[in-house]
Design a protein around this ligand. Structure first.
Ligand SMILES: O=C(O)[C@H](O)[C@@H](O)[C@H](O)[C@H](O)COP(=O)(O)O
Length: 246
């Protein structure tokens, strides 16, 4: 199944499409159970989530936050109050904008543990037992990394852990935990958000080079999991993909 690409000129339209897509994934999850298990990333996705799920009033009223279980596809090993924390970003962009009686359950790293390995292991233990996320929302770095899975890094090969530790992340800060491929492979749906001319070159490789081994391309190649990309025209410029609207 090749990935679907949804493209708009403006970021605000990209965010609206992401919002509608998340609502559809939520609806599907509620048709199968009583919770919506979603994993989110850091980086520029934070502001897209705010625009899509908080500021877009056509979407925000339909988000059933109390039934959401939110995990992080990767997290920097820093205190949760640190400005590098992906949880901190999600809190600032989403949680702090929700009423106290309308918040999701958020699964953070335990920053009180005394070793990186203890943090990794504890996060692995709180993942949903079957690892089946209804939706994993990812970013794609200009180098093609996703989660904290970097090009040519040995963590791309990890099959015996669901959460892996990286201590040499090329993107600071260096110490992080990350989903591994087995978790992505068992998810029900994956969506990327990538915007800006700074992503054009890497998206060209991901979508036009069948031999690319970039982590985001390897996610596109996962069989049996629908992958959707939400991009703006600047990011997908020059790539001959059939972009659709959502
Ligand atoms: O912790 C992180 O660094 C992020 O979770 C990371 O995986 C992010 O999604 C990509 O780096 C893309 O980030 P941008 O969208 O900001 O380029």
């Amino acid at each position: 199944m090749s990935p679907a690409v949804v493209s708009y000129a403006d970021s605000s339209d990209v965010a609206s499409a992401v919002g509608r897509f998340v609502l559809d994934a939520q609806k599907k999850a509620f048709s199968e159970g009583n919770s919506f298990k979603i994993a989110v990333s850091g980086g520029s996705l934070g502001k897209v989530m705010k625009a899509a799920l908080i500021d877009d009033k056509k979407v925000s009223g339909s988000v059933e936050w109390k039934k959401w279980q939110v995990y992080f596809s990767d997290e920097r090993i820093v205190p949760l109050t640190h400005s590098d924390s992906n949880y901190g970003l999600f809190k600032q962009m989403v949680l702090d904008n929700l009423d106290d009686d309308n918040k999701p359950k958020v699964y953070t790293i335990d920053d009180s543990l005394d070793s990186d390995e203890a943090i990794r292991k504890a996060y692995e233990e709180i993942l949903p037992k079957d690892s089946k996320f209804d939706l994993v929302l990812l970013g794609c770095g200009p180098d093609g990394h996703t989660c904290s899975l970097f090009p040519e890094h040995p963590l791309l090969e990890v099959r015996d852990q669901q959460i892996a530790l990286i201590t040499d992340s090329p993107k600071p800060p260096p110490r992080r935990i990350t989903f591994t491929f087995p978790v992505l492979e068992s998810s029900k749906a994956i969506a990327f958000v990538a915007e800006g001319a700074g992503k054009a070159e890497v998206l060209k490789d991901i979508f036009t080079n069948p031999n690319s081994k970039l982590p985001s391309k390897l996610v596109n190649d996962i069989s049996g999991v629908p992958v959707t990309w939400f991009v703006n025209d600047a990011a997908i410029n020059g790539v001959n993909v059939i972009a659709s609207k959502y």
